[in-house]
Design a protein around this ligand. Structure first.
Ligand code: MLT
Length: 403
């Protein structure tokens, strides 16, 4: 009997679990501490009323034999797929067929599971810093090689995102098969423009690579002239899979609903990736509940869209409070304009974890150490805009009083 030994290469706990444990230990030791959490990107506002109403109605349908729903369709209910096609893509000039969209329980699961359809020998390119799920799931799958002294994995191609390149990765000099891109970016909060994204699409088509494009924060794009979907770039349908999520868009972190687009034009050695993903999902996933899909559908109604915009503006205002408050106090920050994340340089040359500890001790504020997202994140720190507005303002006051 053998286990998958790749799991032994992983750090003992997932980044956000490590932070939760540290914060719980601090709270235990200091029961009186009034901790403000700007760490994990978890929403705090209630669901839009349009969503709540749709869920109540769907629950009532489930209570009657004539409108009861058993297993949902494996890839999503038509009523939701149609709304996605119309509002998330056609509105931006992108035509998708319904069977190119796969509704799921989360972009975390989908970006983690997508590796199932690719060979273990593919070379993986990752930004540094990066959302840890892309790295950890490729370690589990056996694509990482060994951990090197600088904290990098020997088989990955690293795409450094630094202050010098405005946290926008440059094309790799070597070949990469699978390229993870996330825009607007988690953790740096930076967005990519059309020209920047086109370079990646051209590279991928030239090299025969697949871009795994995580657009979970698309709803936070506020500036004009930025792509909302990679398929707005010519040629992307032959080289990109896109992941979307309702978590940060409509407050669904606890409800769980997302979708992944695998275009039918996407083929590797003549094999359709759409077909492989459909096969994988039908085997390992039983679809998203009817109630949840009705909830997701509701965000596309006129009222739903208005409420979602209001929800996002609430968090965007928090992002401005964080970025402007820190900048006024002399911090160097990035992001927070097209994203709920603010990326900052830790003050006084502190390491990311030292700053985390000091922030918790001195200000009772929780953030996420940049080095948790990769070695190039060392010396940086991430704050999220998802807290209550008054608590966000208080957190920034506390931080700027101490540093
Ligand atoms: C984060 O804090 O980076 C997010 O919560 C990640 C996620 O959505 O899983």
């Amino acid at each position: 009997m053998k286990i998958n030994e790749n799991f032994l290469k992983l750090q003992s706990s997932y980044l956000f679990s490590t932070i939760a444990k540290k914060v719980a230990a601090y709270q235990d030791a200091h029961p009186e501490a009034n901790i403000i959490r700007l760490g994990i990107g978890d929403v705090t506002r209630p669901l839009p009323t349009a969503v709540i109403d749709a869920m109540h109605k769907a629950v009532d349908e489930m209570a009657k034999a004539e409108s009861f729903h058993g297993y949902p369709p494996e890839y999503g209910q038509d009523f939701l797929l149609e709304k996605i096609r119309k509002y998330d893509f056609a509105a931006y000039g992108v035509e998708l067929d319904a069977d190119e969209i796969f509704v799921s329980d989360g972009a975390k699961s989908d970006t983690g599971n997508i590796g199932d359809i690719f060979d273990v020998d593919n070379v993986v390119a990752v930004c540094d810093p990066i959302y840890p799920v892309y790295v950890d799931t490729n370690i589990m799958a056996g694509r990482s090689g060994a951990l090197t002294e600088g904290g990098r994995w020997s088989k990955f191609v690293y795409l450094p995102c630094t202050a010098e390149n405005q946290f926008l990765p440059e094309l790799p000099r070597e070949h990469a098969d699978l390229i993870y891109l996330c825009f607007p970016n988690n953790p740096t909060g930076m967005a990519i423009d059309f020209d920047g994204l086109k370079q990646w699409v051209d590279y991928a088509n030239r090299e025969g690579s697949i871009i795994l494009y995580d657009a979970a924060y698309e709803a936070y794009i506020t500036q004009e002239g930025l792509p909302h979907s990679i398929y707005q770039i010519e040629g992307a349908k032959t080289c990109a899979i896109e992941f979307r999520s309702y978590s940060k868009t409509a407050g669904f972190t606890g409800v769980r609903c997302a979708y992944t687009v695998v275009p039918k034009a996407l083929r590797v050695n003549g094999v359709s990736l759409n077909h492989l993903w459909a096969r994988r999902q039908a085997t390992k996933f039983n679809g998203v509940s009817y109630v949840t899909q009705r909830a997701a559908e509701a965000i596309y109604s006129e009222e739903g869209r208005r409420q979602v915009r209001r929800l996002i503006s609430y968090y965007q205002k928090n992002a401005r409070v964080i970025a402007e408050g820190l900048q006024a106090a002399g911090f160097k920050t990035w992001g927070g304009i097209n994203s709920p994340y603010i990326w900052l340089k830790a003050p006084d040359g502190l390491t990311s974890w030292d700053f985390f500890d000091q922030l918790l001790e001195k200000a009772q504020v929780v953030g996420t150490p940049g080095s948790g997202f990769g070695p190039a994140g060392e010396g940086f720190f991430r704050l999220t805009a998802f807290c209550d507005a008054a608590r966000t303002t208080e957190a920034i006051e506390r931080i700027t009083n101490v540093f």
